[in-house]
Design a protein around this ligand. Structure first.
Ligand SMILES: [Cu+2]
Length: 356
């Protein structure tokens, strides 16, 4: 039954599925009885047969019956539903806690007990989206860095958002929870089988709502620990590199190549691959006064965003190198031939100037 709900891979998702089927069959039975009696009555007591209508207006017996029977049915349905809901909401005694933050249009995962956090971006190539290449098997359901969780452990998710309401939905876990700005919602899962599980943002959150998928990789605890150590190492190394970078100058070639990659991943959705933006919605960078003249202003807006607009703050999302590179790229692509290089140290200087 491809139209039916998935059974999923967790105890909770199985419970949710069973509950769904129970209620479904109760609804079917009620439908059959109600419509059966209705059509039988219509046919049996039709005017053409000369049947006299029965008179039972304001019959207390009937009134009580048709109130009591639905109430009893509702109570019968509420018992298993409440049990499942309570189990779904019980996030206590979790082994791992992950803070999930939605933002237009990507997810951020932070492991609260470790020094590990990262953004998870859509990995489907643009060429597939614009029909230049054939669509892949996991079209729009693949990311650069998946969320990794251990099998056999209770994983608690804390959901929130940086901008608008998103919803973190992985059908196989029966987890679907709104990520609201300024609030924290909780959910949990416990996956027994290692595997790759895919989901999507389930709350219409703007233009690229369809481009912020979720990929969860469940690994055996030993593999999970190895992954976690590797990630912590990677992040520590990136931080050390960042410090080193401050005294280094990158070449135009390197900045442009890193810049183009960064631009495509983070900026092109709004400002468009050709830098022309969308008139009236997203400003053009090609030929813009900021990209041609105002270097500190340009760095500042990329770092801190622009309040009240869709322009986000990238200071935490991108490395110093990527920010320097993307600004250099924007100042030298599409005929913006300023010839100016922006280095990591320039970005760092603007960051320090802001006093944070
Ligand atoms: Cu969303």
């Amino acid at each position: 039954m491809p139209l039916n709900m998935t059974k999923g891979v967790t105890e909770i998702s199985q419970q949710v599925y069973d509950l769904h089927m129970t209620i479904f069959w109760i609804c079917c039975a009620i439908g059959a009885v109600v419509f059966g009696i209705m059509f039988w009555s219509i046919v049996r007591h039709r005017k053409a047969r000369g049947v006299q209508p029965a008179q039972f207006h304001e019959s207390t017996k009937v009134e009580i019956l048709w109130t009591a029977i639905p109430v009893i049915i509702l109570i019968i349905m509420a018992i298993p539903a409440t049990k499942t809901l309570i189990a779904m909401e019980d996030t206590t005694e979790a082994d791992v806690t992950v803070l999930v933050t939605g933002s237009q249009w990507k997810w951020h995962y932070k492991y609260l007990n470790h020094d590990v956090e990262f953004y998870s971006l859509l990995a489907t190539p643009r060429e597939q989206i614009i029909n230049k290449f054939a669509k892949g098997e996991n079209y729009l359901l693949e990311v650069d860095r998946p969320l990794v969780i251990p099998t056999g452990k209770k994983v608690r998710f804390l959901m929130t958002s940086d901008d608008v309401i998103h919803s973190w939905w992985v059908p196989a876990f029966a987890v679907k929870k709104d990520a609201n700005p300024g609030f924290i919602n909780e959910a949990w899962t416990k996956v027994e089988q290692p595997g790759i599980y895919r989901g999507q943002c389930a709350e219409l959150c703007g233009k690229d709502h369809g481009y912020m998928p979720i990929v969860v990789v469940a690994k055996a605890p030993a593999d999970y620990d190895a992954w976690l150590n590797g990630e912590a190492e990677r992040i520590a190394k990136a931080k050390a590199e960042e410090q080193e970078l401050l005294s280094m100058n990158m070449s135009m070639e390197e900045l442009m190549s890193v810049g183009e990659r960064t631009y495509t991943a983070y900026c092109a959705a709004c400002h468009q691959p050709n830098g022309e933006g969308l008139p009236g919605i997203f400003p053009a960078l090609k030929g813009s006064a900021m990209a041609l003249n105002d270097i500190p202003g340009h760095i500042n807006i990329v770092l801190n965003g622009q309040a009240g607009t869709a322009m986000q703050a990238y200071a935490k999302q991108l490395s110093l190198k990527e920010i320097a590179a993307v600004i250099t790229y924007e100042r030298n692509a599409w005929g913006n031939n300023t010839g100016e290089l922006v280095q990591a140290a320039d970005v760092h200087a603007v960051m320090q100037g802001k006093g944070d």
